[in-house]
Each structure stands twice: as C-alpha cells, then as structure tokens.
Design a protein around this ligand. Structure first.
Ligand SMILES: C[S@@+](CC[C@H](N)C(=O)[O-])C[C@H]1O[C@@H](n2cnc3c(N)ncnc32)[C@H](O)[C@@H]1O
Length: 462
C-alpha cells in the first residue's frame, strides 16, 4: 500500500524494527464484524440462530467476525436490531467503559452510533444515555441506530460540546469521547482516508480533540470515568491529548481498563508515554495495532476523575422538565396493553407526540435535540399511532397482539418493503406488533385478515 511519505517516515521512526510487520499487515485483508445487541438476545442464543457463519472476536464478549462475502445488512435480523455491523477494533472502546445500569452516560461524538448502541444496551433501559454529535446529518443516522436497537432511555442531541457544559456540569457518571481523528488506523480498511489525512493533518484534529476532551472533563462527576478513543496512531492525538488533559485537570488519573479476566486481551499493547515525553501512567492506555490483532488500529485511554474543588451540579439542581399529562382514552388504553414500565410523571407531550423520558432528566430547553426519551407514538384525532421506536423497544411478551413472520419467508421481506400482507390474529382487528422469529420489527394494522403496513417507510428494505 502506498502511504503518505511523511506518515511512513514517522511510523518507521516510531516503530523501528516492528515497522516491517506493520507494513506487511497493510497488504492483508481487513476484518469485518458484527456486535450482538444484548438488549435483544444473548451472544450464546445468537450463536445458535446466526444466519451466516460467525467466529468470536477474542476480546469482545458479544462481537463476531463474519466472512466479507456475507451481507449481514440484508437479513431480517438486522432489521430486528439483533446486531450492529462494526469493525472489530472499533468495538473495543465501548466494551471497556465500565457501565452500570442506572448510570448517566454521555457519548459526546456519537454518530452514527457504533458505540452508543453498545452503551445503551449495557444500560438495560435504566439511567440515561445522551448521544451527541455536532453534525446534524450524522446525528440523524445516530437516531435511527439508537431506535433500531430498542434503546428506551436515550436523548439524541446535536450540539457543540461547550454548549452541553452549560446544562450538564459534573452530571455524568460515564463519558465516551470517541474523538474525530486523522484516521491513520483505518488506512487499510478505507484507503480514501489518506487524502483526508493529507488535507487536514494531525494538528487540525489534535486541536479539536483537546477542545472536546476539556469540555467532557467538566461534565464528568468526581469519581466518574471518561474513556477517550481514536482510530489513529499519531502520538500527538493520543497520549498527547491525554497528557494535555492531565495538565489541565490534575484530578484525573489514567487507569487500566483491563480488569475483566474473562476476556482475552492478547495482542493489546500499552500506551507509549515516551513518544510524547509524558507520565508513566500513560502506559495504562491501550494501543491496538493491525499487525498484532485481527482488527484495525485504535487507541484507548480510560480515566477516572478524582475529587475536584467545584462540586457544583447544575443539572441535578435544574428544574425538572417532566409535566403532568392528561392523555386521551385511546392512548391510555393502548399504553395499558404494554407491559413496559411507564411512569406517568415521565411522560411528555409535544406537538401531539408522546415521549417517555428517562428518569431524572434535567431541563434541556434550548438544546438542539433530535429526540428526547423514547417516542411512544402520535395522538391523532382521537387515535393513537404507536411509533417505530416503540416497536423496536418491545421484547417478546411486552405486547400480546403479535403477528410473527418466519425470517426465511417471503412475507417478512414484503413487510419490510412496506407492502400489505395477509394476516390473522385471535385478537381481532387493530394494531399488531409484527415480529420475525419473535423479534420485533414494526407495526401493522389488521383489518379483516389484511395487515396494513405501518413499517417506517424511511427504513424499508431496498
Ligand atoms: C470517530 S467519529 C464517531 C464515531 C462514533 N462514535 C461511532 O462509533 O459510530 C467522530 C465524530 O465526531 C463528530 N465531531 C466532530 N467534531 C465534533 C465536535 N466538536 N463535537 C462533537 N462531535 C464532533 C463527527 O461528526 C463524527 O461523527
């Protein structure tokens, strides 16, 4: 592979003898992976029903390699949100952020959701996941992936990190900064990135990374964890950014994320403090090299925030945005049929749309939001139309009126193409949750054995 000359020279000088192995790895194939959505299915159960051959990624409990000739995005299980297609090394950052259900979590550079979907799955619907991306168009893709995964407690924002600080000073238990970077670790997978590297250079991204990580640090609670990751090799963007944070916020400490002995980490390398003249603790960072693991290049640093002087928690002292809502009877009746934990005080009505907010959310007025909580549906002239997001958030048994389609059938493809299909149900006419092999796909409205398709047109099978 022809590399940019200055990049090649720098890598030779950093890696020394090891450079030859790195260079050789660039001519080998890259690896493709899927990550199982543990909100929907356990990895063990998925292994039994996987529609194509998969093999475990040794360091990711719910990650698998698949053969590149397969098309995992063209199977009904993809539309049921059972997995996310993701490069294997890119699964690592979210897997190493210690999430506990109930945490308040921020993913500050989240689009299109490769890491947010995993963080949301690990929250198990408890606590709150705020997924943000400065790019509005990318945040739309993020919204789709969060909803497809069935995450019940999300907020999707598209803001500059500095603005988020005004709302969330020392609010979060966990923060992921998957920073924009020069992408050197992805040269093998996507050679086109080299053009971008030449155009912008490492310095451009490093400036952005420093700005973002400083804002993130302000939003973390004392005792909370911040995980910083990039898919690049340059010391400046990696150990350099962390050194900068440690200078600005001495209460932060770099900790070793590899505490779970049930996962194999063979092939992971330590951070390199000597490359930036930084502190020994930078050795706790992790570098993933394509010549040492079956995956692309990545960098990960896990930091714990110690006690700080300020301790102001603006967000928790902010006025709650939850109101008392009076719902039409049809809506009440529909919600009564769901075995979803719905706290009345967490319901929000906005322009006829009904949302279920995560617990303890502060006021978000003034923020650019694509979604605030789980969109349950729309109240239209005395009718309640359940949303696609609600369908995705339901598991087997959460709504009894279902019509199940075999994942190998023509019907399921017709349904996903938004066509009308036949159906019958012991529950008579009305809204039914359409499932495939018992995993929810979307809604359909049954009328005399014909199922009017309510699958979200923008998501349809093309
Ligand atoms: C490495 S990508 C994130 C990938 C994502 N975490 C995932 O796993 O799917 C970096 C993201 O940072 C966003 N970004 C760039 N500058 C930003 C800023 N100042 N604040 C927040 N996000 C920013 C980009 O739009 C881009 O989506």
């Amino acid at each position: 592979m022809k590399l940019p000359q200055t990049f090649e020279e720098r890598m030779k000088s950093l890696l020394g003898e090891e450079y030859k192995e790195y260079e050789k790895s660039l001519d080998e194939k890259h690896y493709s992976g899927i990550r199982v959505n543990t909100l929907k299915i356990t990895p063990e159960e998925f292994e039994k029903i996987a529609p194509f051959p998969i093999t475990r990624i040794p360091w990711i409990k719910n990650g698998y390699y698949y053969n590149q000739k397969e098309q995992p995005a063209r199977h009904p299980y993809y539309f049921a949100g059972l997995y996310y297609i993701q490069e294997p090394s890119a699964m690592t950052p979210a897997s190493l952020l210690p999430i506990t259900p109930g945490d308040k979590v921020l993913d500050i550079c989240a689009a299109p959701g490769g890491k947010s979907t995993e963080l949301g799955a690990r929250l198990c619907g408890k606590g709150v996941l705020i997924s943000n991306d400065i790019s509005n168009s990318r945040a739309k893709a993020l919204l789709k992936n969060i909803e497809l995964f069935g995450i019940r407690n999300p907020v999707i924002a598209s803001e500059a990190p500095g603005k988020l600080v005004d709302y969330f000073t020392e609010y979060f238990d966990k923060i992921l900064v998957d920073a924009p970077c020069s992408g050197e670790g992805m040269f093998r997978k996507s050679p086109a990135i080299m053009k971008n590297w030449e155009q912008y250079g490492v310095g451009y991204y490093n400036k952005l990374q420093k700005e973002i990580i400083i804002q993130a640090a302000k939003m973390l609670k004392p005792g909370g964890y911040l995980l910083y990751s990039t898919c690049t090799f340059s010391p400046e963007e990696n150990e350099g950014t962390i050194s900068y944070l440690l200078e600005q916020f001495p209460e932060f400490q770099v900790v070793n994320p590899l505490t779970d002995s049930s996962v194999s980490y063979e092939g992971f390398s330590q951070g390199r403090p000597e490359w930036v003249g930084g502190r020994e603790e930078l050795k706790n960072c992790i570098r993933l090299w394509p010549h040492k693991i079956k995956g692309e290049g990545h960098f990960i640093a896990l930091l714990r925030k110690g006690d700080s002087a300020s301790g102001i928690n603006q967000a928790e002292s902010a006025e709650s945005c939850q109101g008392k809502v009076k719902l039409p009877k049809e809506t009440e009746d529909f919600l009564a049929e769901l075995s979803l934990p719905i706290k009345k005080e967490n319901l929000l009505v906005k322009e006829d749309r009904l949302y279920l907010l995560p617990d303890g959310l502060p006021t978000l007025k003034g923020l650019r939001l694509l979604r605030q909580g789980l969109l349950l549906g729309e109240m239209k002239k005395g009718r309640f139309e359940p949303s696609q997001a609600l369908a995705c958030a339901l598991s087997q048994g959460d709504y009894k009126k279902t019509i199940d389609l075999n994942s190998g059938s023509f019907e399921v493809i017709k349904y996903l193409k938004c066509e009308t299909i036949e159906g019958n149900s012991p529950y008579g006419d009305g809204y039914h949750l359409v499932t495939t092999d018992s995993f929810s796909l979307g809604w359909g409205k049954l009328l005399k054995d014909s199922l009017k398709n309510k699958y979200l047109p923008g998501w349809r099978w093309m």
